[in-house]
Design a binder for this molecule. Structure first.
Ligand code: INI
Length: 161
């Protein structure tokens, strides 16, 4: 396989690789669906339940700081952050969503650990529900595939350098 070319079909995960999922409790009905999607996708690709740690935070704003602690622990191949910020629910949508996204990227770049951004940012609850479907479109599934792909690609880079 060429460097950086991991497709979802090429996923190769070490048996000992650990993953962390940090999920916000705000809008929990939606975020729990994302969590189920992420968990089942990791397990469908051979990650054992024992190698997945799930942590909760109050809201999306708190996701980056916990991701930072997890990245600092050097225990995880990848960290998935899950949340849901709905514009209609808050006048400070842009602060919560924007700072969360900025913080997640900062942790990822500073640590080198892939920190996957699984925060829905929508105008309405209906739009959020449509992207957190247990049978269809589910951002948690996409994020788990993203984590697996990034882990595979980084493993290949490390093996070749
Ligand atoms: N947190 C969310 O995850 N989603 C939201 O839609 C939201 N709204 O609407 O305000 C929200 N606010 C809480 C925020 O994430 C923090 O927990 C809070 O500001 C304390 O730092």
């Amino acid at each position: 396989m060429k460097l950086g070319s991991a497709e979802h079909g090429d996923i190769q995960i070490d048996a000992h690789a650990k993953f962390a999922i940090v999920a916000a409790r705000f809008n929990s009905e939606i975020v729990n669906n994302l969590l189920q999607g992420a968990l089942s996708t990791l397990q469908d690709h051979g990650v054992s339940a024992a190698n997945i740690d799930v942590l909760k935070v109050p809201g999306a704003f708190e996701l980056p700081v916990l991701a930072q602690h997890l990245a600092d622990s050097n225990k995880y191949a990848a960290i998935i952050t899950l949340g849901c910020v709905i514009r209609g629910d808050t006048p400070h949508f842009d602060y919560v969503a924007g700072e969360c996204a900025r913080g997640v990227m900062e942790v990822s770049l500073n640590s080198g650990v892939p920190v996957i951004f699984g925060v829905l940012t929508t105008d309405t609850p209906a739009q959020a529900r449509a992207r957190a479907d247990l049978e269809g479109d589910n951002k948690g599934v996409d994020c788990a595939l993203c984590a697996l792909e990034m882990t595979t690609t980084i493993k290949h880079i490390q093996a070749e350098l």
